[in-house]
Ligand binder design. Structure first.
Ligand code: ATP
Ligand code: MG
Length: 135
C-alpha cells in the first residue's frame, strides 16, 4: 500500500483508539514518493499524533498532506493544551524526550524544514515542507 491509504487507515485507527476526532485530508495531485521518503513521512506523522494523544488532550486533530510539483507539505494540528516550543530543546536534553528532536533530524536529512507553532491553551500546529525533487 502507498503512503496515503496507509495514513488514512492509521488516522482512523488513531481516532478509534483515542476517541479524539481525527480528520485526514489530502490536497493537490497525489503521487508516489521514494519508499524512504514515504516511510519517513509516515514516522513523522506517527510521532506527531503520538504527542497529540500523550500531551495535548485535544478534542480534534487534523492531518493534512499537500502535494505540490516539487514539494510535499505536511500539517498536523490539534486544539489541545499546547506548549512553549522554545522550551522543548532544553527539556529534551534534560529529560530524554527525543520525539520532536528526532522529527527535526528526519526532516533535515530530507533537506526539508519543520515549524512548530504552539502556545499554551491554543493547540499545536506542526508544519513540515519536504522537497521531492532531490534524491
Ligand atoms: P518521547 O517522544 O521521547 O517519547 P516526549 O513525547 O515527551 O517523549 P517530544 O515528542 O520531544 O518528547 O515532545 C517534547 C515535549 O513537547 C513533550 O514532553 C510535551 O511537553 C510537548 N509537546 C509535544 N507535542 C505536543 C502537543 N501536540 N501538545 C502539547 N504538548 C506537546
Ligand atoms: Mg513524543
Amino acid at each position: 500500500l502507498g503512503l496515503i491509504p496507509t495514513l488514512r487507515k492509521y488516522v482512523q485507527d488513531f481516532e478509534e483508539k483515542t476517541k479524539i476526532r481525527s480528520l485526514f485530508e489530502t490536497r493537490g495531485k497525489e503521487h508516489r514518493l521514494s519508499s524512504a521518503m514515504e516511510a519517513a513521512i509516515y514516522r513523522l506523522i506517527q510521532e506527531a499524533l503520538t504527542n497529540t494523544a500523550k500531551h495535548a488532550y485535544p478534542t480534534y486533530v487534523l492531518v493534512e498532506i499537500t502535494y505540490q510539483a516539487q514539494l510535499v507539505k505536511i500539517v498536523v494540528q490539534d486544539n489541545g493544551l499546547g506548549f512553549k516550543p522554545e522550551l522543548f530543546q532544553q527539556k529534551s536534553k534534560d529529560h530524554g524526550h527525543f520525539g520532536l528532536i528526532g522529527m527535526r533530524e528526519r526532516v533535515e536529512l530530507l533537506e526539508g524544514r519543520m515549524e512548530i507553532e504552539s502556545a499554551e491553551n491554543q493547540g499545536t500546529k506542526i508544519v513540515i515542507h519536504i522537497p521531492t525533487n532531490v534524491e
